[in-house]
Design a binder for this molecule. Structure first.
Ligand code: S3P
Length: 432
């Protein structure tokens, strides 16, 4: 385990940066390109460990995938050319690989076995296994297939109507992918709005899908066609430096080329509601995804209440929003966020434990947390518990702490943001 000691940013933050490619889109681009007929080129691909798990999974199915840093070329030969994997597939720490590929593995005519690391092995898989079983999937696994490892018999599924009982883009995507490969028509009713990258990319790869309100309908036996794609910067990675600039005195930074998909931009809404000095300018769009630049200055923040429909739109940003709340005036309440309990760690516990260790006034609740601010953080130790977003939250806390912060197990940050420490150092103004 490697640790790092980080010091306060006494002079503030300044500069411009481009965050790495979006994690959700990078996974999906590999999935569609690997199932497609023809050669697809993906640029600005996220080279974090999670997305490389999805690449490796399709290599096990015989897909030729070349990668030169952030450029990936996938030589798709179509769904029927995939080969039965000879080894169990390692999903590592990646929940997105595990959930989305369950939809694919259940529906392909191949036997396969999948497993994950210690954290992923604790995360619920029944949320995808049960609805896939309604489509005829044959999946066995640990604890009655509630947990990895799972074995997929691989058989032809039949489309059906599924009402989702969890607000999860991963589950929705697994079912849409299974529906694309099944016989007949699959209809998925979403309980709320979750990120829509799968729907956006289906259209890029020539798949027909209709959406009426919260109802998504897909016809089966569709073959994706190759496409070229530039992945926008990940707003979930940008969020760490957006908050950093807002809470660190004497700061002014710009983050360029960030994906601004309206199902993902809740962090902007939250920071605006807190009174942050933030400007967003859309410059472009790639495929159906809007892209732009975000400029943030040091701000005087006020507390907010986050709940309801906004939660899925910023679920991965809650650790860094909690840090922002420690610097905001008043009582911040985060609720309706039970899903935090089944992320890479139980993020209610890991956020509260770590911020309290740094001197924050924070309590956990059944479905979120309550934070009182502003509080001068003292510094101390942050245990990432192997969770990349907890590690990054701890690192950003060091900018505004009185003394240094030691982040334990810093390498887990490579899961989603391999350049994090390079950017972290680059933004700090140097003493003149
Ligand atoms: C993701 C969806 C979210 C998110 C995860 C990525 C995706 O999970 O937390 O980091 O790419 O679909 P849920 O769908 O389980 O909420």
């Amino acid at each position: 385990m490697s640790n790092i000691e980080l010091h306060p940013a006494k002079q503030g933050l300044a500069g411009r940066l481009s965050v790495p490619g979006d994690k959700s889109i990078s996974h999906r681009a590999v999935i569609f390109s690997s199932l497609a007929e023809g050669t697809s080129h993906i640029t600005n691909f996220l080279t974090g460990e999670d997305c490389l798990r999805t690449v490796q999974a399709f290599r096990e199915f015989g897909v030729a995938i070349e990668r030169e840093d952030k450029d990936v070329t996938i030589h798709g030969k179509g769904i029927n050319a995939l080969k039965t994997p000879t080894q169990p597939i390692n999903f590592g720490n990646s929940g997105t690989t595990a959930r989305l590929l369950s939809g694919v593995l259940a529906a392909l005519p191949h036997f396969s076995v999948a497993y994950g690391d210690e954290s992923l092995s604790k995360r619920p898989m029944d949320r995808v296994v049960l609805p896939l079983e309604k489509m005829g999937a044959q999946i066995t696994g640990r604890d009655q297939a509630r947990l990895l490892p799972l074995a997929f018999e691989g058989c032809k599924l039949t489309g059906t109507t599924i009402e989702m009982n969890v607000k999860s883009a991963q589950v929705k995507s697994a079912l849409l992918l299974a529906g694309m490969l099944a016989d007949g028509e699959t209809t998925v009713f979403e309980k709320g709005i979750t990120r829509n990258h799968t729907e956006m990319l289906m259209s890029e790869y020539g798949i027909d899908l209709t959406k009426v309100g919260q109802r998504l309908t897909i016809q089966g036996n569709q073959q994706p066609q190759a496409s070229d794609l530039r992945v926008p910067g990940d707003i979930s990675s940008a969020a760490f430096f957006m908050v950093a600039a807002a809470i660190t005195p004497n700061s002014s930074i710009a983050i360029e080329g960030v994906g601004l998909n309206p199902t993902r931009n809740g962090i902007i809404t939250a920071l605006e509601q807190m009174g942050a000095d933030i400007t967003v300018e859309q410059t472009d769009s790639v495929g159906h995804e809007p892209v732009g630049n975000i400029h943030v200055e040091s701000s005087s923040l006020s507390a907010i209440t986050l709940k309801g429909d906004l939660i899925p739109n910023l679920i991965d940003e809650i650790p860094i929003i909690a840090l922002a709340a420690t610097q905001a005036k008043g009582q911040t309440v985060i609720k309706d966020a039970h899903e935090l309990k089944v992320k890479e760690t139980n993020r209610i516990d890991s956020v509260v434990t770590n911020l309290r260790n740094l001197g924050a006034d924070i309590e956990s609740t059944e479905d979120g947390m309550v934070i009182h601010g502003p509080v001068q953080l003292s510094g101390g130790t942050v245990n990432s518990f192997g969770d990349h977003r907890i590690g990054m939250m701890g690192a950003i806390a060091s900018y505004v702490s009185e003394a240094s912060v030691e982040v334990l197990d810093k390498q887990c940050i490579n899961i989603s943001y391999p350049e994090f420490f390079e950017h972290f150092n680059k933004l700090q103004k140097k003493t003149s």
